[in-house]
Design a protein around this ligand. Structure first.
Ligand code: UDP
Length: 271
């Protein structure tokens, strides 16, 4: 692996979002220990380079609120989903600690026997001390996703970048599983993701990243070495969103927004 990009670390504090689906590996449910170990060893390697790492884990490998059955209301189902994320969080913690990495799990729903409650300033202090902080239970609120939780926590702790680990190489112009000719986007602006309805993460999450100028890197977790490469700032990896938005593009986005505002204004007063 070309590790020349490591000469100077690109990011000092990062947010890594790992979906529950990624943890299930090929088995289709629960946690595949080998996947967990691979992620843990790459996070450990990145942490040993001095990058401060926060992680949000999903819960889809156990339960998603949308998969509820008749008689189970959405909010309750979402709480079950949030509890699922805590199972993943403490398993990932264990895998990291087995490698000698200091970690803390903080949950958005208090369960002090197994984890600290989420306290922003304490989380930041842990990061400064080189501990990997894993956030469990999403935002603590139903009707949200762990992508949104990760974007929210990234903004709160002042992360330099948001890494979204997926099972594909990045963001494509169509579904690469159904269309072998699908084209991989290397770089996108936040607006392109929003306007073109590209399925990177839900709207709330991408908007939070955009509003807080947090670049998003979507990459393939299943390729060995990728977690480490991404966190260490390898520019060749995956799809970068909002990363190289240069002055011209930013201006274009601002103009677009101003135009939209005046159109909205006109629409409001001509109706
Ligand atoms: N969830 C929630 N609020 C949050 C985060 C998650 O209600 O802030 C619930 C929701 O039901 C979701 C489930 O937890 O479906 C698991 O999270 P998610 O689907 O984001 O996991 P992933 O797809 O990343 O595995």
């Amino acid at each position: 692996m070309d590790r020349s990009y490591e000469a100077k670390l690109k990011y000092s504090r990062v947010m890594l979002k790992v979906s529950g689906e990624a943890l299930e590996g090929a088995q289709g449910f629960g946690i595949d220990p080998s996947v967990l170990q691979t992620i843990a060893s790459e996070v450990a390697a990145a942490a040993s380079e001095g990058v401060q790492i926060a992680i949000v884990v999903g819960g889809g490998n156990f339960f998603r609120g949308v998969d509820r059955w008749d008689g189970l209301d959405r909010a309750t189902a979402d709480y079950v989903g949030m509890l699922a994320t805590v199972m993943n969080a403490i398993c990932l913690q264990s895998a990291l600690e087995a490698l000698g990495v200091q970690t803390r799990v903080q949950t958005a729903i208090e369960m002090q026997e197994i984890a600290e409650p989420y306290i922003r300033r304490r989380a930041m202090r842990h990061l400064e001390h080189g501990r990997v902080v894993i956030f469990g239970a999403g935002t603590g609120n139903p009707f949200f996703t762990t992508d949104t939780a990760a974007a929210l926590r990234a903004a709160e702790i002042g992360a330099d970048a948001f890494f979204k680990a997926t099972k594909v190489d990045g963001v494509y112009d169509s579904d690469p599983v159904k269309n072998p000719a699908a084209k991989l986007h290397r770089q996108l602006s936040y607006r392109e993701v929003q306007d073109r309805g590209l399925h990177v993460m839900d709207e709330t999450a991408i908007t939070l990243c955009k509003e807080n100028d947090i670049p998003v890197v979507v990459f393939n977790l299943t390729k060995q070495g990728n977690v480490l490469r991404a966190i260490l700032g390898d520019p060749e990896i995956g799809t970068s969103i909002g990363v190289s938005v240069d002055g011209a593009q930013q201006q274009h986005e601002q103009q677009h927004e101003q135009q939209q505002h005046s159109l909205d204004y006109e629409a409001e007063f001509s109706s």
